[in-house]
Write a protein that binds this ligand. Structure first.
Ligand SMILES: Nc1ncnc2c1ncn2[C@@H]1O[C@H](COP(=O)(O)OP(=O)(O)OP(=O)(O)O)[C@@H](O)[C@H]1O
Ligand SMILES: [Mg+2]
Length: 330
């Protein structure tokens, strides 16, 4: 091996410890204790002479020779640690996704079980022999079936729509729509539930310009979701106020309730897919956590915005802004 590191050497008598040759200077002790010792007995028999060699820069020489190896090992180590962290991150993310999917499936089963049981019970009543003599009951059971079926249909549709906008195949169909008529139609579709919950729905539809170029089906679903939430999350008798007003650039629709309210920390989260505020011991309200995620997507794709004001225990107002002219087509 070609070693070109500086070295000190000395020829010394081991018995008297005297140096007789070399460039030993202040390195006498180092040379004597160095690992490189050669007896000079074969050259000079009478004396007990030794040649000692000492490398003062041995450590830094070795390190400098290994520099590239150390750097390579460090890079390899950093690479290994990074890939480990990345793998752990992917595993945790997959675990979270699988937990969310499991929750969703559990929720789906639970959510669909009730309407299926209710409709089959109502249908069972309708096939009873003497039901023809009770027209009011026929109407009641038929309405139950109709209501539960519509709700199931809209939920399935919403799940499919979300899947389609996550795949990028979601499309709007634009038409001139009278927003006030759309709101009134949504309220009519809640007739049964309003009757059941004794909800009071008031409207202040003040917008002078209420005809907008929009997708009637999706906007209906959005208003439906907000009204559904306003009623669902009002444990006593729901009191809802729906208002519209024009601004310079468009129209504002607000849906205000006096329900349980939403704590500030959840104001952003409620628009996330499958997010539901943990209810703790309070009686669980049925739902998937899809409604607001879907609504935000639709409103923003229509060029609008959606936001909320809320105070826990006092109520919540959801506010949608839709532009009247500027519409982002997707
Ligand atoms: N008006 C409201 N008052 C209080 N909490 C609300 C209100 N609207 C929404 N939330 C909270 O935000 C969460 C998300 O609402 P979202 O409408 O997306 O889902 P959901 O109502 O749980 O289910 P669904 O998919 O059937 O709509 C709800 O679970 C609820 O905790
Ligand atoms: Mg909802």
């Amino acid at each position: 091996m070609n070693i070109n590191s500086n070295y000190k050497y000395g020829v010394y008598n081991k018995s008297s410890e005297k140096f007789v040759a070399g460039n030993y200077e202040e390195y006498k002790n180092d040379i004597k204790s160095s690992a490189f010792q050669f007896s000079l007995y074969s050259v000079y028999k009478p004396g007990n002479y030794y040649l000692g060699i000492y490398f003062p820069y041995r450590t830094s020489f070795v390190i400098s020779k290994m520099k590239s190896m150390i750097a390579f090992s460090a890079i390899l180590l950093i690479g290994l640690i990074t890939s480990h962290i990345f793998v752990i991150y992917i595993i945790l993310r997959q675990k979270k996704i699988s937990e969310i999917k499991n929750d969703f499936l559990n929720n789906l089963t639970h959510e669909f079980k009730t309407p299926i049981a209710t409709t089959s019970l109502a249908a069972e009543m309708l096939v009873k022999e003497n039901i023809n003599t009770m027209p009011l009951k026929v109407e009641k059971y038929a309405n139950v079936i109709l209501y539960e079926n519509n709700r199931l249909q809209s939920q399935v549709e919403q799940i499919l729509q979300i899947a389609s906008f996550e795949k990028g195949t979601f499309r709007f169909k634009y038409d001139k729509v009278d927003l006030h008529q759309l709101i009134n139609n949504v309220i009519v579709s809640f007739e049964l539930i309003i009757e059941k919950s004794k909800a009071v729905i008031n409207t202040n539809l003040d917008a002078k310009e209420c005809k907008i170029n929009t997708d009637i089906g999706h906007l209906t679903n959005v208003i439906y979701n907000l009204l559904d939430n306003a009623i669902k999350y009002s444990p006593k008798i729901p009191e809802v106020l729906i208002e519209t007003k024009n601004t310079k650039k468009g129209i504002i629709i607000s849906v205000k309730d006096k329900g349980i309210g939403i704590a500030k920390q959840y104001h952003k989260d409620v628009f996330k897919n499958l997010f539901r505020i943990p209810m703790g011991n309070i009686q669980e309200v049925r739902g998937f956590g899809l409604g607001l995620y879907y609504s935000k997507y639709v409103v923003e794709s229509l060029g609008g915005t959606i936001g909320l004001h809320s105070e826990v225990g006092k109520g919540t107002t959801f506010e949608i802004f839709l532009p009247i002219k500027r519409i982002k087509k997707i």
